[in-house]
Design a protein around this ligand. Sequence first.
Ligand code: PHE
Length: 453
Amino acid sequence: MSTGEGVRESWSTRIGFILAAVGSAVGLGNIWRFPFQVGQEGGAAFLVMYLAFVVLIGFPAMLVEFVVGRRTGLNTVGAIKEFGTARWRYLGGLFVFIGFVILSYYSVVGGWVLRYILGSGRGSYMDASAGEYFVSIASGTDALVFHAIFMAIVVAIVGLGVQRGIELSVKIMVPAIIAIFAILAGYAFTLDGAAEAYSYYLQPNLDVLINNWASIVPAAAGQAFFTLSLGMGVMITYASYLSEDENLAIDGTSIVVFNTGISILAGLIVFPILFTAGVDPETSGAGAIFISVAQALTDIPLGQVIGVLFFATVAIAAVSSAISLIEVVVSYAIDEFGMDRVPATLAIGFLIFLLGAPVTVDTVMVDLYDILAAQILLVIGALLLISLVVIFHTEEALDEIQKGVTDLGWWGYLWLWIVGVPVVIVLGVSLMLGLDTYVKFLQGPFADFLSSL
Ligand code: PHE
């Protein structure tokens, strides 16, 4: 993916594109963020809302990014400039900014994952309680050091050029995640708490939905966008390497199905273990996956080996998403400022490290960055991009989505209408509610944290 480096590359195979997009989509969003969002937002009620948003909002919005990317064949900032007027360059700027913010805390959580590879190898969390172990490594020096290591890995790969890095890692990663997750879900199924967990996770309680919709809606929309890597231009960049005979809707469907399947599987592992261990999913927060999996590994044969494998796989998934995040920024620096790839990647990586450093002070900082990014920034990014396409480029969008398809008929118009009306309304409402959630967070948990300093 050498955006701006002269020769324009394209995906060698269709599966190459799908895998790269899956590599960006599948990451900490599915494995770490999804279970704790489900826990915080009332279980199955959230799951249902999230699934509805993935299909009705995320999928059509993904097609919008594909259309812009393939039509222009440019990096995110360039593509938006070409699609819009000069003023729209601020949207490109916003996408770059979002990349900065997300990667800065993503890398801290990625650092936790790296720390857990070590912890599993040494069996560190087998002696202490899994919860205490998480608290001991999630902030402070350990967290800072592993945040630096995670960023260093990302910088090294992107500095070297991404194409082979991405394609290779996803080819190993996707099957590995599915296999290891299936084993862990099978194990979780045998636990005492499984029945209770399944009903919490899979049986939506309408009352929960009705009483909490104001926080469930923005959380579910944010999660849908975060996990599909939408709202900040990653999918624009990836689609810019696509050839014209590809059917965008079919590719989009494969990506969405893969990505959703992995999220659901993550929940099937986490909740039975939490319920069996007597940990309330609502309070487990950002530590949910770390605490529950560590707890499970303590009990199963070969726990240490599986632990190393599991966290290593998660690390690969996280790195392949992080690469797509930093690439949006790096390609912008190369194009707009004529920088070389290596110094650009090093400088940006260092800035992102600095921006992430405060997140290692306390886990509440993860929420400070995360709610802002997922529930506010990505939603604004998607809203603006959709407006640009639907208001100013209807014909081009329709023309582009038809390519590689025999006859789309009225489906094309239906898609544009869905994106232009219901999607915009839901995103608008969800943005308002997300702002409200954020203000409450700032006045509540965050204010408490500040006063405890
Ligand atoms: N989709 C990635 C994940 O689920 C995170 C991400 C968000 C990547 C936005 C790129 C853009 O982990």
